[in-house]
Design a binder for this molecule. Structure first.
Ligand code: MSP
Length: 733
């Protein structure tokens, strides 16, 4: 992996399956790639960052069938949600590949023909256990579950085309052991090596049991195995398979990829199958595969099938609202939606990189997100910016003072040398003159660490520096008049301290730009330096020299950057994710399908996705522990009629209901907005838990719960109701 300026840098994320909506697990891989891409661009590398969606295969076909829409329409809708989210977050992808793109299909068919011509494909028949979820044959006895995901496998006998993977065993070992294909982290590399050493079987690379895929050239009864199809995106997206000279030049320019960034569960496909296909086709192998660990939520991998996902939109909405509200409260102009979204995206970017040790699994929680935000961004970096710039405003009329501290060639960094945590034990005055060399030491190491995916190390050093600077500012107290000193001395002193602060901030901000592009742009502008994007393009954010900030520079308008967040924000996000907590659920079978209505086509596909998932899942949750009739009698279930149903602003999932119990009317909040259009509920009789303690959500009080069956792995609610007419207030016993 290059970490010094080089000619080109080609980086990819996995292409995401379209049978689930994006969650922060997907956003994690995409964010890491975006940080890398931005860092390489500012180094001057000709960077190409590719992402996209994986749209073929049986799993997608079944989801589309269950949704009752053609697979192309289905994949168009879900792919658009991924792309829309990346755009909302300001992800700077250079290419967005979809495996249903014509250029991709053409490229995959060309790759197939090349493999066939070179004698690496043959036709044979095969019987085995197939895991539809993982789109792979697995080596287990009939009836046994998939060893990877635990789902039921299907016995499939097929006439298949095979790829001669077994012939590539030695070449793969050489490739990996020699480091020609760099695999990171080490543990993954070792795992892959032992998998290859244990012996490779030829790989089945076509299917005849479904047709949602790319046809095998010359034998359209077969479609090409979804992983061969998917992996080829990395070359088709940059022109492989096209005869257009511009595409050919693009392919020559960017291939081989510098980094395939992948989740750790798909390293075998990227480190074994993909290099084997490439070698067989006579193409250079990618330079490296870097695996990220998993985001865990409540101890298990966040995934749609487990139903434990956190949606990125929740964080964007909640933090965006927090930002808007805080600025308005501070008397600032109201930020627009784009500003709020990008602010929130920066918070998530910083948190994920700082909190999850890269390459390992890490837990996500809203509490940790807020704690980290307040400690590092609001009280750390943000506070340093505001106090330094406010003092320059006050004492120097908003102009950077003129008192540069020269960096002497002999001055070795002491504090950050090797990122050593030892404090220097020097007097404050002494420490101050070292700061420039500390800043330069930070620059060299931080940039390299980011390029090598060592984010935690980089941030530890950065926040050590921020802490030092902060205590230095406090110790030097430029706001205090030192008794017995002249006015001239005071001016000199203030200038030195505040120049040190502002220039250090310039370096910190330039380094943090790839991580938090939006908020660093604001700090940059406040420092009076104009557009940070422009500076990145001009190469002004690399090779930072002490003294780059010109004295006399006029600061831009000052405004809060990271307003402190209240812990209550965690509850708001929890409510946004789990509004169904306000809905009691039972396992009763639904008597009628919910009226899944929505204006947006994407939403409709998503509602259908839920049904599709429900159709695939036969498992019901285990029964709750036994209770007595007295226990049951404590729950007062009543029949009520919906009088009013309306959406709650900025709460995507909640509806506000007013219900009539016959003897009283009350307000209930129900987490059903994604499944029921409010107008379809008016006049409908429902069952409520009438003696539940009131609870506040989004500032409104909910007095009870609406009872619904929870259907499918995502727990889609289906309201309980009656065929006969039932009088209001009747109790269910
Ligand atoms: N379509 C295949 C990849 C083909 S690449 C040629 C696939 N798609 S996926 O949507 O299931 O997952 C893709 C990637 O999303 C994972 O490899 C990982 O990078 C990211 N993540 C999905 N869930 C995640 C977590 N819970 N945590 C971290 N990353 C996660 O596999």
């Amino acid at each position: 992996m290059p970490d010094t300026p080089s000619d080109k840098f080609y980086l990819t994320t996995p292409i995401y399956y379209v049978n689930a909506r994006p969650h922060i697990g997907h956003a994690y891989s995409t964010i890491v790639a975006d940080v890398l891409a931005r860092r390489h661009r500012l180094l001057g590398d000709d960077t190409f960052f590719l992402t996209g969606t994986d749209e073929h295969g049986q799993k997608v076909q079944r989801s589309a069938e269950a949704a009752g829409i053609p697979p192309q329409q289905f994949t168009d809708e879900v792919s658009a949600t991924f792309r829309g989210l990346w755009d909302r977050m300001g992800i700077t992808y250079d290419g967005y590949i979809r495996t249903t793109d014509e250029c991709h299909k053409r490229g995959v068919q060309k790759l197939w023909k090349v493999l066939e011509e070179r004698g690496d494909i043959y036709l044979s028949s095969y019987t085995g256990q197939y895991c539809v979820s993982d789109e792979a044959f697995v080596d287990v006895p009939v009836g046994a579950p998939c060893p990877e995901c635990g789902r039921t496998t299907e016995t499939i006998t097929e006439e298949n085309y095979f790829f001669k993977l077994s012939e590539y065993q030695e070449k793969l070992i050489d490739l990996i052991a020699s480091g020609k294909l760099h695999i990171q982290p080490e543990a993954v590399r070792n795992e892959v090596l032992s998998f290859v050493r244990s012996g490779l079987k030829d790989l089945s690379i076509s299917r005849t049991t479904f047709d949602w895929g790319i046809p095998v050239p010359g034998n359209p009864k077969h479609v090409i195995y979804v992983w061969l199809d998917a992996l080829a995106n990395y070359i088709t997206a940059i022109g492989y398979g096209s005869d257009d000279p511009a595409d050919k030049a693009k392919f020559e320019r960017y291939w081989p990829a510098d980094v395939h960034l992948v989740g750790k569960e798909i390293t075998r496909f990227h480190c074994v199958y993909w290099p084997a296909f490439l070698m067989a086709a006579g193409l250079p192998v990618q330079k490296s595969v870097v695996a990220n660990g998993w985001l865990l939520f409540e101890e298990s991998k966040m995934s749609k099938s487990r139903g434990n996902v956190v949606r990125t939109e929740t964080i964007l909405d909640a933090f965006g609202d927090h930002y808007r509200g805080s600025l308005v409260k501070a008397g600032q102009p109201e930020p627009d939606k784009r500003d709020c979204d990008l602010f929130a995206a920066d918070v998530l970017r910083y948190f994920l990189l700082r909190e999850i040790p890269f390459g390992q699994d890490g837990s996500f929680s809203f509490d940790a997100l807020i704690t980290r935000y307040n400690a590092d961004l609001a009280n750390g970096y943000g506070n340093l910016v505001s106090r330094t710039l406010a003092m320059i405003q006050k004492y120097f009329d908003g102009k950077v003072p003129d008192s540069r501290i020269a960096l002497e060639a002999t001055d070795e960094p002491t504090i950050l040398a090797g990122y050593g945590p030892e404090p220097p034990g020097e007097k404050e005055e002494g420490l101050m003159v070292h700061m420039p060399s500390e800043a330069i030491a930070l620059e060299a190491a931080f940039g390299q660490d980011v390029c090598r995916f060592r984010f935690a190390r980089a941030f530890e050093a950065m926040w050590l520096f921020i802490g030092l600077l902060d205590s230095e500012l406090t110790a030097q107290a430029p706001w205090k008049v030192v008794p017995g000193t002249s006015e001239e001395w005071m001016l000199q002193h203030r200038s030195r301290v505040l120049y040190l602060g502002a220039e250090s901030l310039r370096i910190i901000t330039a380094l943090l730009y790839p991580v938090m592009p939006h908020t660093t742009a604001k700090v940059w502008a406040q420092l009076g330096l104009g557009s940070i994007e422009q500076a990145a393009r001009n190469g002004e954010l690399k090779n930072l020299q002490w003294g780059g900030l010109k004295p006399g520079t006029k600061l831009g308008p000052l405004a809060p950057i990271f307003p402190r967040a209240d812990k209550g924000l965690a509850q708001i996000m929890t409510d946004m994710e789990n509004p169904t907590q306000s809905t009691a659920t039972t396992n009763a079978a639904p008597s009628a399908a919910p009226a899944a209505e929505s204006a947006k086509p994407v939403e409709s596909a998503t509602a259908e996705l839920t049904n599709a998932a429900a159709a695939e899942s036969s498992a019901n949750p285990p029964l709750a522990p036994q209770i007595t009739i007295d226990d049951f009698a404590k729950v007062d279930l009543r029949v009520a009629k919906v009088l009013v149903a309306e959406r709650i602003p900025k709460a995507d999932k909640l509806l506000r209901l007013e219900v009539d119990l016959g003897f009283e009317k009350r307000q209930i909040l129900a987490g059903i907005a994604e499944y029921y259009a409010p107008e379809t509920l008016i006049g409908r009789k429902v069952v409520i838990v009438a003696n539940l303690a009131p609870r506040k959500m989004r500032g409104l009080e909910s007095n009870g719960m609406v009872v619904a069956a929870s259907v499918g792995p995502d727990g889609a609610p289906v309201l309980a109701g009656f065929i006969e007419d039932v009088e209001l207030g009747a109790r269910l016993k």
